[in-house]
Design a protein around this ligand. Structure first.
Ligand code: PLP
Length: 394
């Protein structure tokens, strides 16, 4: 049957498992809460292990509920296949481990998630896998930072928490020339706002804990790429290190994903209103938000809208004033994490990026005065009232 290509807003609801057929035609997928699967004959198990017959064996190798989520995420990121992990860091570490040998080198965007930074340091100390942080802003600069041992370029865009953007097409152009893989942590945008594989990136990963889930009740990770890479990752790092996602968490994510487009639209609308209000406020020194900063043109090129995260700093601000502002809030909750229905606020220097250390934070552009807001789904007027009230007190 000929079907016109579906819009993303339809795919988040319908774009899922085609191979799995529920015997009762249940609208919502069942939760296969089982560790193992049984077989009619010993020969059947042999065929499954050999890959001659499709079907589950043991839930660390694959679980039908988790596979439904994987198929949906492959559709949403425009990839061939996907793999779910027990956390975003499970996904980050699996991908990085799959791409390096001892002695290799990774080129990174200047600024990565705090624990990703921790993992890169661990690789350096234990296996001499080095990394360089780069602005990744022009071809010659990128080329000068590559060595014969560079096996991948690892990017966040927008970068957490500085909200700077990396030009995906530019990085892909250099990487292709040197046959290096490009990995993008797409957590901040979700595939609704940005689809890195369409720009030629090789691997996209997510902390599914954030926008993909949207309700703050799951810790999970996702990797999307081409079929051969995903199969390899599934049969090696994920199987043997074992950072798998539980069937129930996959089910919650399938449920959350249905409203991804609706939620993202509201996150973005709310964020734009708050950015406007903040930029008129006399106590605000600076605001970084993709569609209202110097990166505007790049934002338009690779993002649909600016997302729900805003980073700002106070005039003559310090760690003390940032903390005072946060303490004065009522509706907005102090918490790490992002992408939830609730508006959350955090102080990167003492929270998400405390592990990074002062010197490296400075190099990443994370100041003591910087505050990050994850705008939720409340009425933006209520979010602003809370913020404005707190701003009066600092
Ligand atoms: C939260 C986050 C991670 C880590 O994900 P977990 O699910 O907490 O393990 C990685 N990258 C980014 C950008 C994140 O925000």
């Amino acid at each position: 049957m000929f079907m016109k290509k579906q819009d993303f807003r339809t795919k988040v609801i319908h774009g899922e498992a085609t191979h799995y057929k529920d015997p009762y035609n249940s609208l919502v997928p069942p939760i296969y809460q089982t560790a193992t699967f049984t077989f009619d004959t010993a020969e059947q198990v042999e065929r499954r292990f050999a890959g001659d017959e499709e079907g589950p064996i043991y839930s660390r190798l694959g679980n039908p509920t988790v596979q439904m989520l994987e198929q949906k995420m492959a559709v949403l990121e425009e990839g061939e296949a996907a793999l779910a992990f027990g956390s975003g860091m499970g996904a980050v570490s699996a991908v990085v481990l799959s791409l390096v040998n001892a002695g290799d080198h990774i080129l990174c965007s200047k600024g990565v998630y705090g624990c990703t930074f921790g993992f890169l340091n661990m690789l350096h100390e234990k296996f001499n896998v080095s990394h360089t942080f780069s602005n990744l802003t022009n071809e010659l600069e990128i080329e000068s930072q590559l060595s014969n041992y560079t096996t991948c370029i690892y990017i966040e865009t927008p970068i957490n928490p500085t909200m700077q953007l990396i030009d995906l097409a530019l990085v892909v152009k250099v990487a292709k020339k040197h046959k290096i893989k490009v990995v993008v942590d797409n957590t901040f945008s979700s595939p609704y706002l940005q689809q890195p594989l369409l720009f030629g990136c090789d691997i996209v990963l997510h902390s599914a804990t954030k926008y993909l889930c949207g309700h703050g009740d799951v810790i999970g990770g996702i990797v999307v790429s081409d079929e051969s890479y995903i199969e390899e990752l599934s049969k090696t790092v994920r199987k043997d290190i074992g950072a798998i996602m539980s069937p129930f968490d996959a089910w919650l994510l399938l449920r959350g994903l249905k409203t991804l487009a609706v939620r993202m639209d509201r996150h973005c609308e709310n964020a734009e209103e708050i950015v406007n209000k903040l930029s008129e406020h006399p106590k605000i020194e600076s605001i970084v938000y993709p569609f209202s900063s110097s990166d505007q043109q790049l934002a338009k090129k690779q993002m649909k809208q600016g997302g729900g995260l805003i980073t700002f700093s106070l005039k003559n601000g310090s760690k003390k004033t940032a903390q005072k502002l946060m303490n004065e809030l009522n509706l907005i909750k102090i918490a790490v994490s992002l992408g939830d229905a609730e508006t959350l606020i955090q102080h990167p220097a003492t929270m998400t990026h405390a592990v990074v250390g002062e010197e490296e934070r400075e190099r990443m552009g994370i100041t003591e005065n910087m505050i990050r807001l994850s705008i939720g789904l409340e009425a933006w007027e209520d979010i602003w009232n809370d913020l404005e009230h707190a701003l009066q007190k600092v």
